[in-house]
Design a protein around this ligand. Structure first.
Ligand SMILES: Cc1cc2nc3c(=O)[nH]c(=O)nc-3n(C[C@H](O)[C@H](O)[C@H](O)COP(=O)(O)OP(=O)(O)OC[C@H]3O[C@@H](n4cnc5c(N)ncnc54)[C@H](O)[C@@H]3O)c2cc1C
Length: 495
């Protein structure tokens, strides 16, 4: 490496920025991180509003191939929950489907989705950009299922795709369905929180980098690599300026979409096209916690006294992990559009992480509606509005008793990522109908503008199999750090 030590500026202290910093620091580079929030972690974040700490960003670890986040979870003793494979599916009249029917239709649905992944990967160029995953599932259902009622049910069940990508299944590009292949594989839920994993990722950057919190970057003036000794100048909202040899922007895609004019000179067209073409999803979460998990029955026979906490939790885990209320026709007063509702049972965890809580996922139109409904409302109104919305659903669960205080929510926590400028007014990237060349668009963002000393990282620039995830953000930071090291003639390693 030529002296003096290169000084790299990283915009954003989320997972991608922190991982990028760690690798550069490990190779002797100087790093300064400018973070607009008053904390690190970005979309990894917790709230204590339920009376215990809960993640308001990611919960899940999507396992595909090499998975650094699973390794970090193990290293930090972060407990991961493998869900039981039981499910409750209520039809649009509120009637619980028999287990054999919901299992059969659910297996078929996932089979069609897997087929869509394969079909989109092999026939990408022949698929119209206006075709959706919903179109594909519909044609498969009509081809393979005899009963029209079952076709309808399966199509209603297909709406659950929205909780993976943050928007309706009818908005999911079929052509680029393969880019979402991380959805639905071996998935685990972080039972505690992501704090320890984040702490591990942040360890070296917090120790060795200069981390400036509360510094929102508003202008990026790049400089041609051809100009010897050229610098990139970052200006912040507070009026400060910082000079760096290279800059890595990890601001979310939604932030880039609204701030393309912050770059001088203007970004290359391929990059502007990429930023415009890829979409940002709108996933939100609502945690509803009760005095007790009234929906869970005690085991019918006493459990052996010598079970480990994990064995005991498994034996007690009799209630379906997943519940879905399809297109409800019985809640028109609060949900006239009949958006489906779906939740997971957090009372199945191993103590001390077991809580009498249901976590609901919202996406697309319903997440926009509910987020706006409760935005800036008083605590009481927030609670009452959300309780009125979700009561028609949780009141169908076993053992519900309208007169029992045990069935009245104690606390409700809801997220508002789509109101958050610094997360780009959304959750994470997705690939919607209309996108022509999503893979090239992502590649353009991932490549950045090295000739101007400007690089991009973040979940929207991740390896294809991990786009939109924490693992993807982590790997994107790693990838950029290695490319910067390479540019300085340093043979980088990732340990
Ligand atoms: C509701 C929700 C659920 C999710 N669920 C999962 C899940 O289950 N599993 C999973 O793997 N992933 C999930 N994700 C996605 C995951 O959280 C993200 O992919 C990952 O955390 C993104 O990391 P990042 O470094 O790319 O971006 P971020 O974490 O957003 O970091 C970017 C940082 O840049 C800062 N910043 C923005 N603008 C500026 C500026 N102008 N100047 C300075 N700083 C700026 C931001 O404050 C932020 O700290 C979820 C996300 C959300 C919102």
């Amino acid at each position: 490496m030529s002296s003096p030590t290169p000084h790299i500026g990283i915009v954003g202290a989320g997972v991608s920025g922190l991982r990028c910093a760690e690798i550069l620091l490990n190779h002797g580079f100087q790093v300064t991180i400018l973070e607009a929030r008053d904390r690190i972690g970005g979309r990894i974040c917790q709230s204590d509003k339920l009376g215990y700490r809960a993640d308001i960003g990611p919960n899940w670890i999507h396992q595909v191939c090499r998975h650094p986040i699973v390794d970090l979870a193990r290293e930090t003793n972060t407990p991961l929950h493998p869900w039981n494979d039981k499910q409750n599916i209520y039809d649009s009249s509120g009637k619980l489907l028999p287990d054999d029917k919901s299992d059969r239709l659910s297996s078929l649905l996932w089979q069609f989705i897997e087929e869509a992944f394969t079909y989109s990967a092999t026939h990408q160029n022949e698929i119209s950009e206006s075709d959706s995953l919903y179109d594909f599932v519909k044609s498969k259902a009509e081809e393979h299922i005899k009963e029209q009622e079952d076709v309808e049910l399966l199509l209603q069940m297909s709406q659950m795709w929205g909780a993976y990508v943050g928007d309706q299944v009818s908005r999911q590009s079929l052509r680029f369905a393969w880019m979402e292949e991380c959805c639905g594989g071996g998935e685990m839920f972080v039972e505690s929180t992501w704090e320890a994993i984040l702490g591990e990722i942040a360890g070296i950057p917090l120790e060795k980098a200069k981390v400036c919190l509360g510094e929102k970057v508003v202008n990026v003036q790049t400089s041609s690599r051809a100009s010897e000794g050229g610098k990139v100048t970052l200006s912040t909202e507070k009026g400060e300026t910082f000079l760096f040899d290279e800059v890595v922007m990890t601001t979310p895609l939604g932030f880039l979409k609204r701030n393309k004019g912050a770059f001088e000179p203007v970004l290359p067209q391929r990059l502007l096209d990429g930023i415009d073409a890829i979409s940002v999803g709108h996933l939100e979460k609502v945690y509803i916690t009760f005095p007790t998990a009234f929906w869970v029955d005690a085991p019918s026979t006493p459990l052996a006294p010598n079970l480990s906490p994990q064995e005991r939790a498994k034996a007690e885990d009799t209630f379906p992990g997943y519940t879905n209320w399809l297109s409800p026709s019985y809640s028109d007063a609060t949900n006239p559009s009949r958006w489906p509702a779906e939740c997971w049972n957090l009372a199945s965890f191993t103590p001390p992480n077991r809580h009498p809580t249901l976590i609901f996922y919202l996406y697309g139109e319903s997440s926009a509606y509910l987020t706006t409904l409760v935005h800036r409302k008083s605590t009481e109104d927030h609670h009452n509005l959300l309780n009125s919305f979700f009561k028609p659903y949780y009141s169908l669960l076993s053992n519900y008793d309208a007169t029992s205080p045990d069935c009245e929510p104690k606390a409700i926590l809801s997220t508002e990522w789509q109101k958050d400028e610094l997360s780009g007014f959304g959750s994470y990237c997705n690939f919607q109908v209309g996108v022509k060349d999503a893979a090239e668009n992502v590649k353009a963002m991932r490549f950045g503008v090295p000739e101007q000393r400007l690089w991009f990282a973040g979940e929207h620039t991740a390896p294809f199999e991990e786009l939109g995830t924490v693992a993807g953000a982590y790997l994107s930071g790693e990838g950029v750090a290695l490319r910067i090291l390479d540019g300085y003639g340093v043979n980088g390693s990732i340990n």
